[in-house]
Write a protein that binds this ligand. Sequence first.
Ligand code: GLC
Length: 556
Amino acid sequence: MAQHEQVEQSAAPGSEWWRTAVIYQIYPRSFADASGDGIGDLPGITSRLDDLRSLGVDAIWLSPFMTSPQKDAGYDVTDYRDVDPLFGTLADFDTMLNEAHTRGIRVIVDLVPNHSSDQHVWFQQALKAAPGSPERARYIFRDGRGENGELPPNNWESVFGGGQWERVTEADGTPGQWYLHIFDATQPDFDWTNEEVREEFRGILRFWLDRGVDGFRVDVAHGMIKADGLPDYTPAADADSMGGGEENVPYWGQDGVHDIYRDWHKVLAEYDGERALCGEAWLPTLEKTALWVRPGEMHQTFNFPYLMTPWDAAALRAVIHDSLDAFGSVGAPSTWVLSNHDVIRHASRLALTADSPQGDGIGPKSKGKPDQAIGLSRGRAATTLMLALPGSSYIYQGEELGLPEAMDIPDEFRQDPTWFRTEGERYGRDGCRVPLPWNADAPAFGFNDTGASWLPQPASWAEFARDAEEGDADSTLNLYKSLLAERRERALGSGTLVWEDAGSDAVAFHRGDLHVVANLGTEPIELGADVSFVIQSQPFPGTALPPNTAAWFTRP
Ligand code: GLC
């Protein structure tokens, strides 16, 4: 294997835990269900912490479990300082937090500051109050256009389909003002130019920091400030709805958001223990993404350009190179992420054909469904590569089992607002949110004792159940465990990456004496007779790395 053009790249210096952490995303409704009602809960999480310790993660991030009518699976909050009864109580939260800390696992909670639920007391007060009132000023109410205000104030399109404005009926029964919602109509956007909103959220941060959380994942961190005057905006036909591909979207990535992060950074800095903010920011470029993690702002931001990169060696080399450059230039660690609760699971996504756009989800009628075997091979190879990169990595519950996207959920079970707002045109995200299989032979595959499950689990998931995989040396679960143990042992989260050349179909580099190569092509890549394998993403004989496979190895 030729080795030239040695470009050294490092994760940013510093020893804070979040610079190198592997953070496991728990989607509480689908993780483990102690109550047996078919929806996962906090006691369920507590009961499974030993499994996460044995997996070898440093931290967990919990998607929202705060009080909510669950119109968007909890991303529509009515009480930011309490636990929804579906998930348990504040006492259950404290127990979970203490038990996690006892096991050396840090805990990050999801903060949803862009919008509340329409059932939030503030929004209910706003509906009852008059136009121009302080109650309405906490949200974004505007008069409509047209002779009688019958047209929405501008043409913005909701991420979930349809428009971003909903008209209210005033207290006297007449058609009234409109309010803005980037997402569902049940998720009105706060007005972050209002100091009262800012003060409220400082209090919410402190509430959870006082309880002992290690940080926050900040939902829609790129949407909190809208361009002055709310100008019309028409996205390009192929734009991604979260703003990933587009410059100058008047509701994404406005400069004003940085003031808010600087303010929050100071709040977190009042606390001991290296508390951290991780922003969910879908931005058009890595350079712009890096602005989110300048000193004194967020500590991390998700690397969505990396997540969105297709299975293409040149594109993957470029995004890794550019990520380390962009984040390194502001002294922040790069993060790496392949799956979460909003995207098609990467064990399916990486084998998508052009017929099935990622943003639409996959359902029974989708064309060009990904091949499951190829997807799983690529998924395992992609993770093998990711966990060798310097910086912090996120993994999403179930990917350690190699779970594919659930592609055959019947229409009547679907819950994603995207499905309803597009009248079934886009399937949305339910396929990555199906409850986890723990035991191959138990009701609901051990998700609970009752067999109830808020989304149906495919029968084929018995083979992905944790207990089935525990005993199989070549399972995806044991691959993840080996990767995480070696990563920790070799301190791969920090340090230098040196690129290697293993041909145009490979992504290749070394970290000290550890060589890492992934084969994204269609022909085997000979690694040389002298290699000694540390990890193979899937077992193969000899020294030729098969297609859709990655390996960690040393040479004498
Ligand atoms: C974020 C969440 C997503 C949610 C949306 C609205 O993108 O990750 O699940 O629907 O925000 O809160």
